[in-house]
Design a protein around this ligand. Structure first.
Ligand SMILES: Cc1cc2nc3c(=O)[nH]c(=O)nc-3n(C[C@H](O)[C@H](O)[C@H](O)COP(=O)(O)OP(=O)(O)OC[C@H]3O[C@@H](n4cnc5c(N)ncnc54)[C@H](O)[C@@H]3O)c2cc1C
Length: 409
């Protein structure tokens, strides 16, 4: 039996505490906030997308970098395991579109309650309002020092301090500093799963408009495609957001120094240019005596009509029967290719996750123990691991947290 000190009462830290506790260890968990799971509380818009009920292969295809590092962790503790564990406390779960798992109640607080209950049942000692500022390693012991200079000694330490996004939740990058000081490599961090600022004023005009079934393409200044997918997006006062945009950010969030990026929106991905032209002609024929700006109601969302006409540079009051073939071509082009200039991301405060972190090369994938400092373990988002939306990021926290905790006897 060991005494285990865990820094961070988020998803990874609580899971590590439960697993270490089940093994009969004496577990102390230190959380700087006055409550546990502050970030879990805001996940999935307050509903907590706990995991994704799909194969390990599917999880790996949604993890951006270093997925191979997670083989042992996922084989040891899968998405099914986290669901079974939470359900064992009486909290039921449900599976929604895209295999996303949520608590049946739609309340993230139920997930926190379940984890807290399991920790209480096995006697984990939780220290709230306990911000660790220093870690010392001496004589096979780990000593944690909090900001009031209290000292806690243990045999093993699990760092589960999370990344740097939404810092009001307590994730302020402390783990990176601890790891770096001990000689670990920490790769540069970037906000990811994050909305984009857009240069064009058009977004302000369109703010609040949500688009479904559109195609978003992201390219650099040379036209190289970094992302192309269909789905939902949203215009905001600063630019663009929504599921597609967040996913796109994974592919370019760390490349803004080297490239300029552009977003292209295809409002009608199901129609090729020729078919779309036929469709427009049909609408025009039905509105033959109307002004151009009154002829697009069936084709485009109302808010979109004015900006598209501006992009086409066609007189909005021109009669439909006077629109030329060339002008129709310009209209088709703009409906299928709205060009936007991405001026950057919204930063850590609006990022779902952090790209970068402690290099997985310094961590033993079979236990999560540091290869550099014995008795030190690192789990969750503090590691250089990140995934797309869909429950994949929390699964990284559950699996790595569980593996570390269950590796300690
Ligand atoms: C708005 C939002 C929505 C999200 N929705 C989802 C979703 O639905 N599904 C999904 O899979 N992922 C989601 N994520 C991502 C997911 O929440 C994180 O990947 C996950 O919480 C990481 O868990 P963690 O335990 O590693 O870190 P965190 O949850 O960040 O926990 C770290 C904890 O450590 C504490 N801490 C930090 N430093 C110290 C210190 N020095 N001393 C003591 N305590 C310290 C912090 O206060 C914090 O409680 C979302 C993220 C955000 C921001």
């Amino acid at each position: 039996m060991s005494s285990v000190l865990i820094i961070g009462g988020g998803a990874a830290g609580m899971m590590a505490a439960i697993a270490a506790g089940y093994n009969g260890n004496e577990v102390h968990l230190f959380e700087k906030n006055d409550r546990l799971g502050k970030k879990i509380f805001i996940t999935g818009k307050g509903r907590c997308n706990i995991t994704n009920a799909s194969s390990i292969e599917n999880h790996f295809s949604n993890i951006i970098y270093n997925e191979k590092f997670l083989y042992s962790a996922y084989n040891n503790f899968s998405s099914e395991d986290i669901c079974n564990m939470i359900e064992s406390t009486g909290i039921e779960t449900k599976i929604e579109r895209g295999n996303r798992v949520f608590p049946l109640s739609d309340k993230s607080s139920d997930v926190i309650w379940a984890l807290d209950k399991m920790m209480k049942d096995i006697g984990v000692n939780v220290h709230l309002k306990s911000e660790i500022t220093k870690i010392e390693n001496s004589n096979n012991k780990v000593i944690l020092i909090d900001k009031h200079n209290n000292k806690f000694a243990g045999d093993k330490c699990i760092v589960a301090t999370g990344g740097m996004s939404y810092e009001t939740t307590g994730s302020t990058g402390d783990g990176y500093k601890f790891a770096e000081k001990m000689g670990h490599t920490v790769s540069k961090t970037y906000p990811s799963l994050v909305p984009f600022n857009i240069k064009e004023e058009m977004c302000k005009q369109l703010q609040g408009l949500s688009l479904k079934n559109i195609k978003l393409t992201i390219t650099d200044e040379k036209g190289k495609v970094y992302f192309q997918e269909q789905g939902e997006m949203l215009f905001t006062h600063f630019g663009i957001s929504g599921p597609l945009v967040l996913s796109a950010s994974c592919y370019i969030c760390d490349k803004f120094k080297e490239h300029d990026f552009y977003a292209y929106i295809d409002l009608k991905p199901a129609l090729d240019k020729e078919t779309l032209d036929k469709r427009i002609l049909k609408d025009f024929n039905e509105n033959i005596n109307k002004n151009f700006n009154n002829s697009l109601d069936k084709l485009l969302p109302k808010k979109m009509i004015e900006p598209i006409i501006e992009l086409c540079n066609i007189d909005p009051y021109k009669k439909v029967n006077e629109i030329t073939k060339e002008e129709r071509e310009i209209l088709v082009e703009n409906i299928k290719n709205i060009p936007l200039t991405i001026s950057g991301t919204r930063g850590f405060n609006e990022a779902i996750i952090t790209r970068g972190g402690i290099s997985v090369k310094d961590i033993n994938p079979k236990t999560m123990e540091s290869k550099i400092v014995p008795n030190m373990y690192f789990v969750g988002e503090v590691l250089d691991l990140d995934a797309k939306t869909g429950g994949y990021n929390l699964q990284i926290a559950w699996s790595t947290g569980y593996l570390a905790g269950s590796s300690i006897y």
